[in-house]
Design a protein around this ligand. Structure first.
Ligand code: PMP
Length: 424
Protein backbone atom coordinates (compact mmCIF):
# COMPACT_ATOMS: atom_id res chain seq x y z
CA UNK A 1 0.00 0.00 0.00
CA UNK A 2 1.11 3.59 -0.59
CA UNK A 3 1.81 6.21 2.09
CA UNK A 4 -1.44 7.96 1.11
CA UNK A 5 -3.53 4.81 1.53
CA UNK A 6 -1.87 3.93 4.83
CA UNK A 7 -2.41 7.46 6.17
CA UNK A 8 -6.08 7.13 5.37
CA UNK A 9 -6.29 3.86 7.37
CA UNK A 10 -4.39 5.48 10.23
CA UNK A 11 -6.71 8.48 10.28
CA UNK A 12 -9.78 6.29 10.28
CA UNK A 13 -8.88 3.32 12.47
CA UNK A 14 -5.93 4.16 14.74
CA UNK A 15 -6.57 5.77 18.16
CA UNK A 16 -5.56 9.42 17.94
CA UNK A 17 -4.68 8.70 14.32
CA UNK A 18 -6.30 11.86 13.03
CA UNK A 19 -4.50 14.05 15.58
CA UNK A 20 -1.06 13.74 13.98
CA UNK A 21 -0.22 14.88 10.43
CA UNK A 22 0.09 12.48 7.51
CA UNK A 23 3.51 10.85 7.46
CA UNK A 24 5.76 8.37 5.67
CA UNK A 25 5.19 4.72 6.60
CA UNK A 26 8.24 2.49 7.10
CA UNK A 27 8.46 -0.46 4.76
CA UNK A 28 11.93 -1.93 5.35
CA UNK A 29 15.16 -0.94 7.03
CA UNK A 30 18.82 -1.82 7.21
CA UNK A 31 21.42 -0.59 9.70
CA UNK A 32 20.86 3.21 9.65
CA UNK A 33 18.50 3.55 6.70
CA UNK A 34 14.73 3.12 6.31
CA UNK A 35 12.71 2.97 3.08
CA UNK A 36 9.08 4.06 3.15
CA UNK A 37 5.98 2.62 1.51
CA UNK A 38 6.54 4.77 -1.60
CA UNK A 39 10.18 3.71 -1.92
CA UNK A 40 11.72 6.91 -0.48
CA UNK A 41 14.94 6.48 1.52
CA UNK A 42 15.51 8.01 4.99
CA UNK A 43 18.66 8.20 7.07
CA UNK A 44 17.79 7.19 10.61
CA UNK A 45 19.27 9.41 13.33
CA UNK A 46 16.51 8.33 15.77
CA UNK A 47 17.12 4.57 15.92
CA UNK A 48 13.47 3.94 16.84
CA UNK A 49 14.13 6.21 19.87
CA UNK A 50 17.29 4.53 21.05
CA UNK A 51 16.30 0.94 20.30
CA UNK A 52 18.70 0.26 17.44
CA UNK A 53 22.17 0.86 18.89
CA UNK A 54 23.49 -2.03 16.78
CA UNK A 55 21.43 -1.05 13.71
CA UNK A 56 18.21 -2.18 12.07
CA UNK A 57 18.06 -5.95 11.58
CA UNK A 58 21.55 -6.83 12.71
CA UNK A 59 22.24 -10.12 10.85
CA UNK A 60 23.25 -12.01 14.01
CA UNK A 61 20.04 -10.96 15.76
CA UNK A 62 17.88 -11.84 12.76
CA UNK A 63 19.53 -15.28 12.56
CA UNK A 64 19.01 -15.93 16.29
CA UNK A 65 15.33 -14.93 16.16
CA UNK A 66 14.72 -17.08 13.06
CA UNK A 67 16.38 -20.07 14.75
CA UNK A 68 14.17 -19.59 17.82
CA UNK A 69 11.02 -19.29 15.67
CA UNK A 70 11.75 -22.78 14.36
CA UNK A 71 11.85 -24.16 17.91
CA UNK A 72 9.10 -22.47 19.99
CA UNK A 73 7.45 -19.04 20.01
CA UNK A 74 5.75 -19.19 23.37
CA UNK A 75 5.22 -21.45 26.35
CA UNK A 76 4.90 -18.80 29.11
CA UNK A 77 7.71 -18.58 31.62
CA UNK A 78 5.43 -19.61 34.52
CA UNK A 79 3.90 -22.59 32.69
CA UNK A 80 7.06 -24.13 31.27
CA UNK A 81 10.30 -22.16 31.48
CA UNK A 82 12.92 -22.23 28.74
CA UNK A 83 16.65 -21.78 28.30
CA UNK A 84 16.61 -18.27 26.78
CA UNK A 85 15.12 -16.62 29.88
CA UNK A 86 17.59 -18.07 32.38
CA UNK A 87 20.55 -17.44 30.07
CA UNK A 88 19.59 -13.77 29.62
CA UNK A 89 19.27 -13.57 33.43
CA UNK A 90 22.69 -15.15 33.92
CA UNK A 91 24.43 -12.85 31.44
CA UNK A 92 22.77 -9.67 32.71
CA UNK A 93 23.64 -10.64 36.27
CA UNK A 94 27.33 -10.56 35.31
CA UNK A 95 27.02 -7.47 33.11
CA UNK A 96 25.11 -5.05 35.35
CA UNK A 97 26.98 -3.22 38.12
CA UNK A 98 24.39 -3.42 40.90
CA UNK A 99 25.53 -4.16 44.44
CA UNK A 100 26.37 -7.76 45.30
CA UNK A 101 25.00 -10.77 43.46
CA UNK A 102 22.40 -9.69 40.92
CA UNK A 103 19.16 -11.42 39.97
CA UNK A 104 16.94 -10.56 37.01
CA UNK A 105 13.27 -10.33 36.04
CA UNK A 106 12.25 -9.76 32.44
CA UNK A 107 9.32 -7.73 31.11
CA UNK A 108 8.17 -6.38 27.74
CA UNK A 109 8.76 -2.63 27.81
CA UNK A 110 10.63 0.09 29.62
CA UNK A 111 7.54 1.18 31.54
CA UNK A 112 6.87 -2.37 32.68
CA UNK A 113 10.44 -2.67 33.95
CA UNK A 114 9.95 0.54 35.96
CA UNK A 115 6.60 -0.68 37.33
CA UNK A 116 8.27 -3.88 38.50
CA UNK A 117 11.24 -2.01 39.96
CA UNK A 118 8.78 0.00 42.09
CA UNK A 119 6.95 -3.19 43.14
CA UNK A 120 10.25 -4.80 44.14
CA UNK A 121 11.37 -1.70 46.05
CA UNK A 122 8.09 -1.57 47.96
CA UNK A 123 8.22 -5.30 48.76
CA UNK A 124 11.84 -5.07 49.92
CA UNK A 125 11.44 -1.96 52.10
CA UNK A 126 7.79 -2.11 53.14
CA UNK A 127 7.61 1.62 52.30
CA UNK A 128 5.21 3.26 49.79
CA UNK A 129 6.82 6.47 48.51
CA UNK A 130 8.98 7.08 45.45
CA UNK A 131 11.09 10.12 44.61
CA UNK A 132 11.87 10.93 41.00
CA UNK A 133 13.11 13.99 39.12
CA UNK A 134 12.10 16.96 37.03
CA UNK A 135 12.70 16.13 33.39
CA UNK A 136 12.64 12.41 34.12
CA UNK A 137 10.69 10.08 31.86
CA UNK A 138 9.73 6.54 32.79
CA UNK A 139 6.74 5.52 30.64
CA UNK A 140 3.02 5.70 30.02
CA UNK A 141 1.58 3.05 32.36
CA UNK A 142 -0.25 4.37 35.40
CA UNK A 143 2.58 4.58 37.90
CA UNK A 144 5.28 5.49 35.41
CA UNK A 145 3.26 8.36 33.95
CA UNK A 146 2.92 9.69 37.48
CA UNK A 147 6.71 9.51 37.80
CA UNK A 148 7.31 11.55 34.64
CA UNK A 149 8.73 15.00 35.26
CA UNK A 150 6.83 16.38 32.30
CA UNK A 151 3.12 16.50 32.99
CA UNK A 152 1.78 17.26 29.49
CA UNK A 153 0.83 15.29 27.50
CA UNK A 154 1.48 12.22 29.62
CA UNK A 155 -0.75 12.95 32.63
CA UNK A 156 -3.10 15.55 31.16
CA UNK A 157 -6.18 13.44 30.49
CA UNK A 158 -5.71 10.70 33.06
CA UNK A 159 -5.86 12.08 36.61
CA UNK A 160 -5.83 11.65 39.50
CA UNK A 161 -2.25 10.42 39.83
CA UNK A 162 -1.06 8.14 42.65
CA UNK A 163 -0.21 10.27 45.69
CA UNK A 164 2.95 8.34 46.51
CA UNK A 165 5.18 9.98 43.89
CA UNK A 166 7.32 13.00 44.85
CA UNK A 167 9.65 15.04 42.71
CA UNK A 168 13.05 16.72 43.08
CA UNK A 169 15.07 18.98 40.74
CA UNK A 170 17.60 17.44 38.34
CA UNK A 171 20.88 19.36 38.02
CA UNK A 172 21.26 21.15 34.69
CA UNK A 173 24.06 23.69 35.05
CA UNK A 174 23.46 25.28 31.66
CA UNK A 175 19.92 26.23 32.73
CA UNK A 176 20.94 27.43 36.18
CA UNK A 177 20.04 24.37 38.27
CA UNK A 178 23.20 23.57 40.20
CA UNK A 179 24.00 20.25 41.78
CA UNK A 180 23.80 21.80 45.26
CA UNK A 181 20.37 23.24 44.51
CA UNK A 182 19.19 19.85 43.19
CA UNK A 183 20.41 18.12 46.36
CA UNK A 184 18.68 20.76 48.52
CA UNK A 185 15.46 20.14 46.55
CA UNK A 186 15.86 16.41 46.97
CA UNK A 187 16.32 16.74 50.75
CA UNK A 188 13.26 18.96 50.92
CA UNK A 189 11.16 16.46 48.94
CA UNK A 190 12.43 13.70 51.18
CA UNK A 191 12.14 15.38 54.56
CA UNK A 192 9.03 17.53 54.19
CA UNK A 193 6.99 15.67 51.55
CA UNK A 194 7.75 11.97 51.21
CA UNK A 195 9.30 11.32 54.62
CA UNK A 196 12.57 9.36 54.76
CA UNK A 197 11.07 6.41 56.64
CA UNK A 198 8.20 6.20 54.15
CA UNK A 199 10.40 6.36 51.05
CA UNK A 200 11.17 3.11 49.24
CA UNK A 201 13.32 4.41 46.40
CA UNK A 202 14.91 7.31 44.59
CA UNK A 203 14.61 6.68 40.84
CA UNK A 204 16.66 8.54 38.27
CA UNK A 205 18.20 8.43 34.84
CA UNK A 206 22.01 8.83 34.88
CA UNK A 207 21.60 10.86 31.68
CA UNK A 208 18.17 12.42 31.19
CA UNK A 209 16.72 10.95 28.00
CA UNK A 210 13.38 12.49 27.06
CA UNK A 211 14.27 15.31 29.48
CA UNK A 212 17.07 16.57 27.23
CA UNK A 213 20.27 14.45 27.29
CA UNK A 214 21.72 16.07 30.41
CA UNK A 215 24.23 13.79 32.17
CA UNK A 216 24.11 13.81 35.97
CA UNK A 217 27.43 14.86 37.51
CA UNK A 218 29.30 11.96 39.12
CA UNK A 219 29.28 13.79 42.45
CA UNK A 220 25.46 14.11 42.25
CA UNK A 221 25.14 10.35 41.79
CA UNK A 222 27.59 9.74 44.65
CA UNK A 223 25.63 12.04 46.94
CA UNK A 224 22.37 10.27 46.13
CA UNK A 225 24.06 6.94 46.84
CA UNK A 226 25.16 8.26 50.24
CA UNK A 227 21.69 9.67 51.06
CA UNK A 228 20.09 6.34 50.14
CA UNK A 229 22.56 4.42 52.31
CA UNK A 230 22.03 6.71 55.27
CA UNK A 231 18.23 6.52 55.11
CA UNK A 232 17.71 2.91 54.01
CA UNK A 233 16.30 4.02 50.65
CA UNK A 234 16.96 2.07 47.45
CA UNK A 235 18.73 3.72 44.52
CA UNK A 236 17.11 2.74 41.22
CA UNK A 237 18.86 3.72 38.02
CA UNK A 238 16.77 3.85 34.84
CA UNK A 239 19.01 2.96 31.89
CA UNK A 240 16.19 2.38 29.41
CA UNK A 241 17.54 5.06 27.06
CA UNK A 242 21.18 5.36 28.20
CA UNK A 243 22.00 1.65 28.37
CA UNK A 244 23.47 -0.86 25.94
CA UNK A 245 26.45 1.11 24.78
CA UNK A 246 24.87 4.46 24.02
CA UNK A 247 27.28 6.37 26.27
CA UNK A 248 30.44 4.44 25.37
CA UNK A 249 30.05 2.07 28.30
CA UNK A 250 27.51 -0.72 28.55
CA UNK A 251 25.57 1.39 31.08
CA UNK A 252 25.89 5.12 31.74
CA UNK A 253 26.14 4.65 35.52
CA UNK A 254 29.52 2.93 34.95
CA UNK A 255 31.07 6.31 34.14
CA UNK A 256 30.52 7.25 37.80
CA UNK A 257 31.51 4.02 39.52
CA UNK A 258 28.32 4.25 41.62
CA UNK A 259 26.56 0.94 42.24
CA UNK A 260 22.77 1.18 42.35
CA UNK A 261 20.54 -1.33 44.12
CA UNK A 262 18.32 -1.86 41.08
CA UNK A 263 18.67 -1.03 37.40
CA UNK A 264 16.04 -1.00 34.64
CA UNK A 265 16.77 -1.44 30.93
CA UNK A 266 14.93 -1.99 27.63
CA UNK A 267 15.18 -0.34 24.17
CA UNK A 268 18.51 -1.47 22.62
CA UNK A 269 18.54 -4.65 24.70
CA UNK A 270 17.16 -6.75 21.83
CA UNK A 271 17.53 -4.67 18.65
CA UNK A 272 13.79 -4.02 18.35
CA UNK A 273 12.26 -7.13 19.89
CA UNK A 274 10.10 -6.09 22.85
CA UNK A 275 11.90 -6.98 26.07
CA UNK A 276 13.05 -5.18 29.20
CA UNK A 277 14.73 -6.13 32.44
CA UNK A 278 14.96 -5.28 36.10
CA UNK A 279 18.32 -6.26 37.57
CA UNK A 280 18.86 -5.93 41.31
CA UNK A 281 20.66 -7.25 44.35
CA UNK A 282 19.39 -10.80 45.03
CA UNK A 283 17.95 -9.95 48.46
CA UNK A 284 15.69 -7.34 46.81
CA UNK A 285 14.74 -9.41 43.80
CA UNK A 286 13.66 -12.26 46.10
CA UNK A 287 11.63 -10.00 48.41
CA UNK A 288 8.17 -10.54 46.90
CA UNK A 289 6.22 -13.79 46.88
CA UNK A 290 6.31 -16.50 44.19
CA UNK A 291 4.54 -15.59 40.95
CA UNK A 292 4.14 -11.94 42.02
CA UNK A 293 6.17 -10.49 39.12
CA UNK A 294 5.96 -10.95 35.35
CA UNK A 295 3.10 -11.80 33.01
CA UNK A 296 2.06 -13.92 30.06
CA UNK A 297 4.62 -12.64 27.57
CA UNK A 298 7.44 -11.43 29.80
CA UNK A 299 10.86 -12.49 28.48
CA UNK A 300 9.40 -14.29 25.47
CA UNK A 301 11.66 -16.88 23.81
CA UNK A 302 12.14 -14.86 20.61
CA UNK A 303 12.93 -11.66 22.53
CA UNK A 304 15.39 -13.58 24.73
CA UNK A 305 17.08 -15.05 21.63
CA UNK A 306 17.46 -11.52 20.27
CA UNK A 307 18.81 -10.22 23.62
CA UNK A 308 21.44 -12.99 23.76
CA UNK A 309 22.51 -12.21 20.19
CA UNK A 310 22.76 -8.49 21.05
CA UNK A 311 25.07 -9.27 23.96
CA UNK A 312 27.20 -11.41 21.59
CA UNK A 313 27.41 -8.50 19.15
CA UNK A 314 28.66 -6.21 21.92
CA UNK A 315 31.40 -8.71 22.74
CA UNK A 316 32.38 -9.40 19.15
CA UNK A 317 32.11 -6.06 17.35
CA UNK A 318 33.72 -3.38 19.55
CA UNK A 319 30.43 -1.54 19.95
CA UNK A 320 31.56 0.40 23.01
CA UNK A 321 34.70 1.65 21.30
CA UNK A 322 32.66 2.58 18.24
CA UNK A 323 30.17 4.46 20.44
CA UNK A 324 32.99 6.57 21.87
CA UNK A 325 34.42 7.22 18.38
CA UNK A 326 30.97 8.18 17.04
CA UNK A 327 30.53 10.60 19.95
CA UNK A 328 33.85 12.27 19.09
CA UNK A 329 32.86 12.65 15.43
CA UNK A 330 29.48 14.13 16.35
CA UNK A 331 30.97 16.49 18.88
CA UNK A 332 33.52 17.79 16.37
CA UNK A 333 30.77 18.70 13.94
CA UNK A 334 28.51 20.14 16.67
CA UNK A 335 31.33 22.39 17.87
CA UNK A 336 31.68 23.81 14.35
CA UNK A 337 27.95 24.52 14.29
CA UNK A 338 28.06 26.12 17.73
CA UNK A 339 30.83 28.45 16.54
CA UNK A 340 29.02 29.27 13.28
CA UNK A 341 25.33 29.56 14.21
CA UNK A 342 23.88 32.00 16.76
CA UNK A 343 21.16 29.49 17.69
CA UNK A 344 23.26 26.35 18.34
CA UNK A 345 24.57 26.05 21.89
CA UNK A 346 25.36 23.69 24.77
CA UNK A 347 26.94 20.99 22.65
CA UNK A 348 27.45 17.88 24.77
CA UNK A 349 28.02 14.17 24.55
CA UNK A 350 28.70 11.13 26.66
CA UNK A 351 29.90 8.59 24.11
CA UNK A 352 27.32 8.62 21.33
CA UNK A 353 24.60 10.03 23.60
CA UNK A 354 25.06 13.40 21.94
CA UNK A 355 22.98 16.57 21.73
CA UNK A 356 22.92 20.29 21.28
CA UNK A 357 20.38 22.97 22.08
CA UNK A 358 18.56 25.47 19.91
CA UNK A 359 18.40 28.86 21.66
CA UNK A 360 17.07 32.26 20.67
CA UNK A 361 19.88 34.02 22.57
CA UNK A 362 23.16 32.49 23.70
CA UNK A 363 23.67 35.11 26.41
CA UNK A 364 20.36 34.42 28.11
CA UNK A 365 20.37 30.73 27.05
CA UNK A 366 16.71 31.07 26.14
CA UNK A 367 15.43 27.72 24.78
CA UNK A 368 13.85 27.87 21.32
CA UNK A 369 11.63 24.81 21.01
CA UNK A 370 9.99 26.16 17.88
CA UNK A 371 13.31 26.39 16.06
CA UNK A 372 14.22 22.88 17.21
CA UNK A 373 10.91 21.63 15.80
CA UNK A 374 11.52 23.49 12.55
CA UNK A 375 14.97 21.90 12.19
CA UNK A 376 13.57 18.39 12.68
CA UNK A 377 10.72 19.01 10.20
CA UNK A 378 13.11 20.39 7.59
CA UNK A 379 15.48 17.46 8.07
CA UNK A 380 12.62 15.01 7.55
CA UNK A 381 11.70 16.76 4.27
CA UNK A 382 15.33 16.22 3.21
CA UNK A 383 15.23 12.50 4.09
CA UNK A 384 16.75 12.56 7.59
CA UNK A 385 14.91 11.36 10.69
CA UNK A 386 15.96 13.65 13.54
CA UNK A 387 14.44 14.02 17.02
CA UNK A 388 14.11 16.87 19.45
CA UNK A 389 13.35 16.44 23.14
CA UNK A 390 13.87 17.98 26.52
CA UNK A 391 12.16 19.71 29.41
CA UNK A 392 12.57 22.87 27.37
CA UNK A 393 11.75 21.12 24.08
CA UNK A 394 14.83 22.57 22.41
CA UNK A 395 17.36 19.72 22.55
CA UNK A 396 18.33 18.04 19.29
CA UNK A 397 19.25 14.48 20.28
CA UNK A 398 21.18 11.87 18.37
CA UNK A 399 20.29 8.19 18.64
CA UNK A 400 21.46 6.79 15.32
CA UNK A 401 22.80 3.23 15.26
CA UNK A 402 26.33 3.14 16.68
CA UNK A 403 27.08 0.89 13.70
CA UNK A 404 26.16 3.59 11.15
CA UNK A 405 28.46 3.63 8.10
CA UNK A 406 30.70 6.71 7.77
CA UNK A 407 29.25 7.82 4.43
CA UNK A 408 25.66 7.59 5.72
CA UNK A 409 26.64 9.47 8.89
CA UNK A 410 28.31 12.25 6.92
CA UNK A 411 25.37 12.47 4.53
CA UNK A 412 23.01 12.91 7.49
CA UNK A 413 25.23 15.52 9.15
CA UNK A 414 25.47 17.43 5.85
CA UNK A 415 21.66 17.48 5.68
CA UNK A 416 21.52 18.99 9.17
CA UNK A 417 24.10 21.60 8.21
CA UNK A 418 22.14 22.68 5.15
CA UNK A 419 18.96 22.83 7.28
CA UNK A 420 20.76 24.97 9.89
CA UNK A 421 21.95 27.28 7.07
CA UNK A 422 18.36 27.70 5.93
CA UNK A 423 17.27 28.75 9.42
CA UNK A 424 19.61 31.77 9.55
N1 PMP B 1 12.56 5.08 30.89
C1 PMP B 1 13.27 5.85 30.04
C2 PMP B 1 14.53 6.49 30.53
C3 PMP B 1 12.85 6.02 28.72
O1 PMP B 1 13.55 6.79 27.88
C4 PMP B 1 11.66 5.37 28.29
C5 PMP B 1 11.15 5.50 26.87
N2 PMP B 1 11.49 6.63 26.18
C6 PMP B 1 10.96 4.60 29.21
C7 PMP B 1 11.45 4.46 30.50
C8 PMP B 1 9.68 3.89 28.84
O2 PMP B 1 9.97 2.84 27.97
P1 PMP B 1 8.80 2.19 27.06
O3 PMP B 1 8.40 3.23 26.09
O4 PMP B 1 9.46 0.99 26.44
O5 PMP B 1 7.71 1.81 27.99
Amino acid sequence: MSNAELNELKRKYVANGAASPATAFADHAENAEIWDADGNRFIDFAGGIGVLNIGHRHPKVVAAVKAQLDKAMHTCQTVMPYEGYVRVAERLSHLVPVRGHAKVMLANSGAEALENAVKIARAATGRPNIICFDGGYHGRTFFTMAMNGKVAPYQTDFGPMPGTVFRAPYPVDYHGISEDEAIRGLMMALKTDAGPSNTAAIILEPVLGEGGFYPAPTTFLERIRAICDELGILMIIDEVQSGFGRTGKMFAIEHSGVEPDIMTMAKSMADGMPISAVVGTDRLMDASGPNSLGGTYTGSPTACAAALAVMDVFEEENILERSRALGEKLSKRFNQWQARYAFVDNVRHMGAMAAFEMVSDKNTRTPDAELAGALCRKAREEGLILLSCGMYGNTIRFLMPITIEDDVLNEGLDIIESCLESLI
